[in-house]
Every structure is written in C-alpha cells, then in structure tokens.
Design a protein around this ligand. Structure first.
Ligand SMILES: *Cc1c(COP(=O)(O)O)cnc(C)c1O
Length: 500
C-alpha cells in the first residue's frame, strides 16, 4: 500500500521545466537567472519528495512555486545591509560604528570606479607607497613627525608591540589592563606580540615612581592605555603622559653610548644608486629605549569639552606631551572608516612600516579614500558640520525634540498612539564612558514591546530601537534626517498591523 501511495504522490509533482514556465516563476528567471531558479526548484522538489517518503501528501504546484519565490527572495536579501539606528548610541559597533561623511562616500565611489595612484608615483612614473597618502595629512593635523595607517586600532596596537617590544618588557599600570570588547584584552595582546608585561601600581592608584622603579635594561616601553568603556571614581591616581615621557627620557640619557647608534643602508656605487631601497629592519638604527606608547582608543582631533562633554584625550595633546607612538581608531570619534591610525616619531614609524606585519595589516584603497576625505574635513575646520558623528553630538536637544514631535503628530494623525519623553543619547564605541547627551525620545506604549521591536527589525530597512521600562523608545539623534520619512512609514505600517 505504502509504495503505491508514494508512487501516486510522486507523480503529482511537477517537473522542473513545468515549474519554471509557471506565471509566478518566469519573471524570477529574468530577475535572478535560470541557474539559481532551477536550483531553487530542485531543492523544493527534493524537499517535497522527502515529505512524501515521510508519509505526507504531495504539495500543490502553487504551494511549491510560492516556496521557491520566498526562498529566492530570502537568499537575495543580503545579510549585510543598511539599517535605521534609532537606539541613540552614536558610535554603535554592532551597527557599523558611524556613518561616513558625504565627502568620504563620494571619495570611495570615485576611487572604486577605476584605477588609482594607490601605489604609483606619478612623478617618478613607477612604484610608490600606499602609506604616503594619509601620512602627510595626519602629521599636519596632529603635529606628529610621521604616520602609518593599518586595518584597525587593535591591529595598530599589535603591530606596535610586535615591531617595537618583541622579546622585551612593556610596563603598564594595573589600572589600565583593560578588555576593550570583542575579546581584545591588553595582557593577551601583549603576550601575543612576544613582549613581556610588567604590571605596576594597583587597580586604583599608580604613581610615576612605580613606572620609574620598574625600568630595566630589558624595558622596551612604558605604555598608557585608555580605559575606554569604564570609569574609575574616588581614590584614583595615575601618572600624566608627560610624566611618563620625562621618566623615559631620563632613562635614555642614562644609557651608555657604546652601542652603535646608526647602521644606515649599505649602498654600493654604480650598482643601484638611483633608488635606494628602504633599509631592512636589521639595517635600521636601533630605537632608543625605553619609548612611550599611548593607546588612545577612540582619541579625538576636536575638543569634546567644546560640545559640553567630558574631555576625551586629544591626539594633538599626546603628540605635544612627547609620546613616541600614539595609536587610535579611524571609526570612533574620528568619524571615518575602520582603520588603525599610528602617529609619532619617524624613527619608530619607519620601523613599523618596514615590519612584515605592516604588509599583512595594510588597508585597501577605499579605506584610504574615505580616511583622506574625513581628514580633510578636519583640516578645513568643517569637521563638526560635515562628519555625521560630530553633527549628531552637536545637534541640540531642541532640534531632536522638534523632529520627534513632528513624527509623533504624524502618527497621532494616523490614529496611532505615541508620546515624546525626555531621555539620554550615549556616545558608545568605548569613548566617553558614562557620558550622555540630553535628548527627546519617541515612546510607544505597546502591550508587547519585544514583539513590536522584532517587527520593526523585519522592516526594509530594518529599524533598531531600545526597550526601557516596558516602553519602546526611539531616539532620532542617531536617525539621519533623510531617514525620517522611512521611519514614519515603518512605524505606521507596523503599528497598524499590530493593532489588527
Ligand atoms: C577601541 C579600542 C581599541 C580597538 O580599536 P578598533 O579600532 O576597534 O580595533 C584598542 N584600544 C583601545 C583603548 C580602544 O578603546
């Protein structure tokens, strides 16, 4: 009986060809191509056969076609796609940190279109270095002698420690042995780089003499690390950067001058005196030890105090204080692409550039294009108006309130219930921990905020919001003004649907 039932049900299934000719599927062939539609049809027919073998009846042809359409649509929706950030977290690592400025977007498109001078020297008509592009602007903006850009700040820290402290000691305060998030722990990174961590001070208090007493002939660096995502209050002390610099300099002066100070690249006249190769690592002069490394985390080129926020350490101040190497992120408060920016003394930067890891951690042309456009906004003094993260920081609570009230009025006019309440936006991204900006929120009093939040995530584009005290809250500070209309539409559709 069973085999006969199966055979009869199998016979009811359409062939792939007859499926592809159906009215529902033929437009899909034009949209996705024959290959993907045929593959989807085969998968669906195979599933139907499995179901029949398990005792089910054959699905109708309509049902099979429907499933093929929805499977194809689901696969065609990229998993990486734009969303509306209504969380009020400005630097949101899960949502791609921050939007790029318009100039940076255009620069990326222009460069992506064709060939470029990425590693081409127009004057010499030959090979150039990709590293020279951001170096000049970064030096100009920060006052540093030289600069190097790598994939992100995590890799910047790793490169610096590997190239400058491998096999030697790095002194760090116990109050700064932090975990940044994403599993990036300073003690682990130090170990991976081949450097030895020397902890000094206590969790809450570290004195300049703690660093001074720990220096030995094995010391490569005194390192300062920004605490980023937490804050210590109360009985707390740590040395100023310029105190670390003074300690390091005092110890350098102590060193006996008997080690060879410089072994330049060897040049053989007549063999290749036109274009001297970059000296190899072994040929470079030994750095003077110990050096001072400052990992700023976010860092900033603009004074955050100007915007009513706590003071986030400025890159220029670290350069001015005399740090030898300073690392910071391209996509935190700088508001540019993901990148790790390293600035400092040229004798150390040139060692970093020559290290094999620099090749492994190098950035691509689109990152360099976006970074260049972002840095230009700082040079022209227009960063606060052109770079989205600064525009959001600078947006007065009153402006957010007006936009939120307008959205609320439109929802109420559509017969939907929403209120405007006071709240706080946060900076996020491991910068300015605990610092908030006063804002106004759209509050939706729905019986099941979790379900409604999930529905908003199903929207195209998805809307990401927050839930607090059973209220669904949307902060327009992080919603780009051109997204207001899309947000209204999403809310109206989903709210109407949830009432039905
Ligand atoms: C964020 C952060 C990093 C890592 O920077 P990414 O650009 O995210 O790789 C490293 N150090 C500190 C102190 C940070 O705050």
């Amino acid at each position: 009986m069973k085999p006969q039932f199966e055979a009869a049900e199998f016979r009811k299934l359409p062939s792939v060809d007859s499926l592809l000719r159906r009215a529902e599927l033929s437009p899909l062939v034009a949209e996705f191509g024959t290959g993907p539609v045929t593959a989807a049809a085969r998968t669906e027919l195979e599933a139907a056969r499995d179901a029949i073998r398990a005792g089910a009846a054959a699905p109708t042809w309509e049902r099979i076609a429907e499933r093929i359409v929805s499977n194809l649509r689901a696969v065609e929706t990229p998993s990486l796609r734009p969303v509306i950030n209504a969380t009020g977290v400005l630097i949101h690592t899960n949502l791609g940190r921050t939007p790029l400025s318009q100039a940076a977007q255009i620069a990326v498109i222009e460069l992506a279109k064709g060939y470029s001078t990425l590693e081409y020297d127009l004057e010499a008509g030959g090979r150039g270095s990709r590293h020279r592009h951001p170096a000049r602007l970064l030096s100009e903006l920060t006052g540093a002698e030289d600069a190097l850009v790598v994939n992100n700040n995590a890799s910047a820290v790793f490169l610096v420690l590997t190239a400058l402290a491998h096999g030697r000691e790095v002194i760090v305060s116990r109050g700064e042995l932090v975990e940044i998030g994403g599993g990036f722990r300073i003690p682990d990174v130090l170990r991976q780089s081949g450097a030895t961590l020397v902890e000094v001070g206590t969790t809450n208090r570290t004195h300049p003499h703690d660093f001074a007493n720990a220096i030995s002939c094995h010391t490569a660096a005194l390192m300062r690390i920004h605490a980023s995502n937490f804050r210590q209050l109360g009985f707390v002390k740590k040395p100023e950067l310029n105190q670390l610099v003074a300690i390091a300099q005092a110890h350098r002066a102590d060193e006996s001058p008997d080690r060879p100070s410089s072994v330049g690249p060897v040049q053989i006249p007549g063999i290749d005196d036109r274009a001297p190769a970059e000296p190899t690592l072994a040929e470079r002069p030994e750095p003077e030890w110990p050096i001072v490394i400052d990992d700023l985390g976010s860092g900033t080129l603009l004074d955050t105090a100007r915007f009513g926020l706590a003071a986030e350490p400025m890159v220029q101040s670290s350069v001015h204080a005399g740090a030898d190497i300073i690392t910071f992120s391209g996509d935190k408060l700088l508001g540019g692409p993901q990148a790790g920016l390293i600035v400092g003394k040229s004798k150390y930067i040139s060692r970093l550039r020559a290290h094999p890891l620099a090749r492994a951690l190098r950035v691509d042309k689109m990152t360099l294009a976006a970074l260049d456009a972002t840095l230009r906004a700082y040079r022209s003094g227009r960063a606060a108006t052109e770079i989205p993260v600064w525009r959001m920081i600078d947006q007065p609570a009153e402006t957010v309130k007006r936009r939120t009230q307008q959205l609320q009025r439109q929802l109420v006019a559509a017969g939907l219930d929403a209120a405007v309440v006071r709240g706080e936006s946060t900076i996020g991204g491991g910068s300015l921990p605990g610092e908030t900006l006063p804002t106004h929120l759209l509050a939706l009093d729905t019986p099941q905020p979790d379900t409604f939040a999930a529905a908003l995530r199903q929207n195209d584009p998805p809307v990401i919001c927050r839930i607090q005290n059973e209220l669904l809250l949307l902060d327009l500070r992080t919603v780009l003004p051109e997204q207001d209309a899309g947000l209204l539409e999403a809310l109206a559709i989903r709210m109407t649907a949830s009432r039905a």
